[in-house]
Design a protein around this ligand. Structure first.
Ligand SMILES: [Zn+2]
Length: 403
């Protein structure tokens, strides 16, 4: 007699349970479609009318300004860690330790510049590596052409664009770029209690490779600061030791690099007061980036940008090295680094030129069906309306659902 009401109630509970999971999966865990297209030197990028001269050899899209680049990623290097405040008499363990960057940026502003970068959530290392190499906004679920691997299949700066790439550090890159590097030294990243294996492994190879190695791009991904955050939190004496080690590493590395090399030091994400990351809190998305070069960097613009979206690094590095910007990039080129040494008019024209290339790349006019073009770099959400802010001057490029 009373069995049917109970069964109906259980069926209703089951329905609510699965409907809730379905709604959560389709709305909260956003999905993005990866496209297999690649940029190339032969893309029909019409140069702006004020720049009709032919490109120098070795350049593509824009004149090459640096022959080589070194990208040092210090995992979880929050902007607070890199910012130096000489007025602080009793700094916390994570404060005022990267004095080398501060000293260079203040004493030699034509050779070093410190930026506050802003990462897009999720602030997890794998998604940030994807963002830093493709210039896109990866989500937890990126739907690519091959479901059997989490390797990056999109056009990216790390392997397809920049010639001989040597990698050392966090073995997360091995899964993302299997067998793609010219030479690689991977070290295990799984044990977050281990503060030294990855960093010490990199230090064994970094200086000899930097000075004599055959490479066009050298990437070193240090993990000690991130692991120290997970194990002890940022406010711990071990963090002071780790950051001091990174400071000494940067000081030595600069001495081992040639004049034609651009050095970029960047965090992939920040960390909370408890040393965690993954979300979108201010402390997790605020991170440091420093541009260093023995070659002169153009003078400072009148007004420094407040915070630079992290994806802006991708088109900037591509055009500084004279290689095509990856196809999926939505970052905005940091034009002040292209203004050169000329007068104000030529500086403005050079900046306009790189903006022109960047705009052409972000919105290609040929080759894509409209529906695919709409889907490029936007989050897809089945039921919920979503709003995407991108690095392109913080414009909202998409509001609503494509389904
Ligand atoms: Zn971590």
């Amino acid at each position: 007699m009373q069995r049917w009401p109970v069964l109906l109630f259980l069926a209703w509970v089951c329905f609510l349970f699965f409907a809730g999971i379905g709604l959560f999966m389709s709305g909260f865990l956003l999905t993005r479609i990866e496209l297999a297209s690649s940029s190339s030197c032969s893309d029909p990028l019409v140069p702006p009318p004020w720049e009709r001269q032919s490109l120098p050899p070795g350049s593509c899209w824009a004149p090459q300004r640096f022959a080589k680049a070194v990208l040092v990623i210090i995992d979880a290097l929050s902007f607070e860690f890199a910012h130096f405040n000489p007025a602080k008499t009793s700094p916390l363990p994570y404060e005022n330790k990267l004095s080398f960057l501060h000293r260079l940026a203040t004493s030699q502003p034509r050779h070093a510049r410190l930026y506050r970068f802003r990462a897009d959530p999720p602030t997890a290392t794998m998604q940030r590596i994807k963002g830093l190499t493709t210039g896109s906004l990866p989500t937890f679920i990126d739907v690519g052409s091959n479901f059997a691997t989490y390797a990056i299949q999109e056009d990216n700066l790390a392997v397809r664009q920049a010639g001989r790439v040597v990698f050392m550090g966090d073995d997360t890159w091995e899964g993302l770029f299997p067998k793609k590097f010219f030479r690689s030294y991977f070290f295990p990243s799984f044990n977050v209690k281990d503060l030294h294996t990855v960093d010490d492994g990199i230090l064994q190879h970094l200086y000899p490779t930097g000075k004599h190695g055959e490479w066009d791009v050298l990437i070193a991904h240090f993990l000690g600061v991130d692991h120290c955050g997970h194990k002890h939190g940022p406010d711990h004496p071990e963090m002071a030791k780790k950051l001091t080690q990174m400071n000494e590493m940067l000081r030595s590395l600069v001495d081992h690099l040639g004049n034609d090399t651009l050095l970029l030091v960047a965090g992939d994400h920040g960390m909370t007061e408890t040393g965690d990351h993954g979300g979108d809190s201010e402390k997790e998305v605020n991170l440091c980036c420093c541009v260093l070069s023995k070659f002169l960097i153009p003078p400072l613009p009148l007004q420094e940008p407040e915070a630079v979206p992290q994806v802006n690094l991708v088109p900037t590095v591509a055009l500084l090295l004279g290689v095509p910007i990856p196809y999926s990039n939505i970052g905005e080129v940091m034009a002040e680094l292209f203004s050169g040494d000329g007068d104000a008019v030529s500086a403005a024209l050079q900046q306009l030129s790189v903006y022109h290339i960047n705009a052409k790349q972000v919105r290609p006019t040929v080759g894509l069906p409209i529906e695919l073009e709409k889907r490029r770099n936007v989050f897809l959400s089945t039921d919920l309306f979503c709003l995407v802010q991108v690095g392109w001057g913080h414009d909202v490029i998409f509001v609503g659902s494509l389904h």
